[in-house]
Design a protein around this ligand. Structure first.
Ligand code: KG4
Ligand code: ZN
Length: 346
C-alpha cells in the first residue's frame, strides 16, 4: 500500500481524499461545495478562501475517519497549488504544509489540471496512445499521451472555458450557480423526447484552440430578442430551453470537432474525458455515440471524480513516484521554483 491524503481547495469545492495509489483504491473522498456563491451567481474569491479555512480541517479529519486511518498511516500528503484562485490555493497549501511539518511527512504539490487528466488513466477501459479532454469551469484543454505519462498539449481555450460559458449563460437565463447540472437536465429531457436542434456555427479558430466567448454573447442576445417579443406568439419557457439545448449541443460539437481532428493526426484509439463538465449526461451521450460511430474507445472519468476532488490530487502522486519527475508537459509555471524541502510534480 502507498497511502496518500490529497487536498483540493482550488475554487469553490473543498475536498480531501485518502487513496492507495498502488492499487488505485479510493478509501475516502469527501467534498463540500460552497453554496454561498449561489446568491452572487458566481464564485466570490474572498468567501471561497474563508470557507476553505473553516471547512478544510473538518474534512481532513472526516476523510481520515472514513478511511479508518490517521495521519501517521499516510505515506505522503498532497495538495494542489495551481491553477486556481490564489487565496483558496494558499489555504490548502499552507494547511498541508503545516500538517506535513507536524507529522514529518513528505508532501507533493500537484498541478490541478494534471490531476484532472491523470485520474483518467485510472478508468477501466483506458489504453494509450490516447487523447485526454479536460473540460471544467476554468479550463478546456486537450492533451495527447503517446506513452504512459507523456502529455502533449494539443489544444486549449483562447477565452472562456466550456463550463464558464454554460454557467454564465445559465445565470442570464435565470438558473442557479453553477448552472451546468441544471442545463444538462433540461437538455437531456429534450433529447429524450426526440427533440433536436441546429448548433451554432463553430468559431473560426484553428484546431489548437477552443473558443466559447462568442457563443456567450450570442445566447444572451437571443434571450433578449425573444424576451422583447411583443406579438405574444413566443412561448418564453420553451424558447429558453431550446436555446440552452442549442448551447449545449454547440459545446458538444466543438469538443468533438477537436477530438475528431486530432484523432486522425495522432492515430489514437482511446479518448479520456474528465473535469466538471464531463459529468454532463448529454456530453457523455454525444461522446458515446461518436465513439460507437468511429469504433473508438471513450473512457469516461467516473462522475464522482469529474468535479474538483481530493482523490485526483492524491492519485497524481502516482506519477511522481513512478517517473520521479514532473509531467512531460509543463502544466504551468506558477510554483515551479517553490521551496526545496518538498518534492514537486512540476
Ligand atoms: O472541474 P470543476 O468542478 O471545477 C473547475 O476546475 O472549474 O468544474 C466545474 C464546472 C462548472 O462549470 C459546472 O457548471 C460544470 O463543471 N458541471 C456540469 C455538470 N456538473 C458540473 N456541467 C454540465 N453538466 C453537469 N452535470
Ligand atoms: Zn477543476
Amino acid at each position: 500500500m502507498v497511502l496518500v491524503i490529497g487536498v483540493d481547495t482550488s475554487c469553490d469545492d473543498t475536498s480531501v481524499a485518502v487513496v492507495d495509489v498502488s492499487s488505485h483504491q479510493v478509501l475516502s473522498n469527501v467534498r463540500y461545495t460552497q453554496a454561498v456563491h449561489e446568491i452572487f451567481g458566481g464564485v466570490v474569491p474572498e468567501f471561497a478562501s474563508r470557507y476553505h479555512l473553516e471547512i478544510l480541517p473538518k474534512l481532513w479529519a472526516k476523510a481520515l475517519k472514513e478511511a479508518g486511518m490517521d495521519e501517521k498511516d499516510m505515506d505522503y500528503f498532497a495538495v494542489t497549488a495551481s491553477p486556481g484562485l490564489i487565496g483558496s490555493l494558499v489555504v490548502g497549501l499552507n494547511f498541508v504544509k503545516a500538517m506535513a511539518a507536524v507529522y514529518n511527512k513528505k508532501f507533493y504539490i500537484v498541478d490541478h489540471l494534471f490531476a484532472h487528466a491523470w485520474i483518467g488513466t485510472w478508468t477501466k477501459s483506458f489504453t494509450y496512445p490516447a487523447l485526454f479532454l479536460v473540460v471544467s469551469g476554468g479550463h478546456t484543454e486537450l492533451y495527447y499521451m503517446n506513452k504512459l505519462g507523456d502529455f502533449e498539449l494539443l489544444a486549449k481555450t483562447r477565452d472562456d472555458a466550456a463550463g464558464e460559458l454554460i454557467d454564465k449563460v445559465g445565470r442570464e437565463y435565470g438558473l442557479g450557480y453553477p448552472a451546468g447540472p441544471e442545463v444538462d437536465k433540461i437538455v437531456m429531457n429534450r433529447w429524450q423526447n426526440g427533440l433536436s436542434v441546429k448548433p451554432y456555427p463553430l468559431p473560426k479558430v484553428d484546431y489548437s484552440s477552443f473558443s466559447f466567448s462568442g457563443w456567450k454573447t450570442r445566447a444572451i442576445y437571443n434571450l433578449k430578442k425573444f424576451l422583447s417579443d411583443t406579438t405574444g406568439d413566443v412561448d418564453i419557457d420553451e424558447k429558453r430551453c431550446e436555446e440552452l439545448h442549442v448551447l449545449m449541443d454547440s459545446v458538444a460539437e466543438q469538443l468533438l470537432s477537436r477530438v475528431e481532428y486530432w484523432l486522425e493526426k495522432k492515430n489514437v484509439e482511446c479518448v479520456v474525458i474528465g473535469g466538471g463538465v464531463a459529468a454532463s449526461s448529454y456530453i457523455r451521450k454525444r461522446f458515446e455515440e461518436f465513439g460507437n460511430r468511429r469504433c473508438l474507445k471513450v473512457s469516461f472519468t467516473p462522475r464522482k471524480f469529474c468535479p474538483d476532488n481530493g482523490a485526483m490530487v492524491a492519485a497524481a502522486v502516482e506519477y511522481a513516484l513512478t517517473f520521479g519527475s514532473r509531467p512531460w508537459v509543463d502544466f504551468g509555471d506558477y510554483f515551479s521554483d517553490a521551496a526545496s524541502h518538498s518534492v514537486f510534480l512540476r
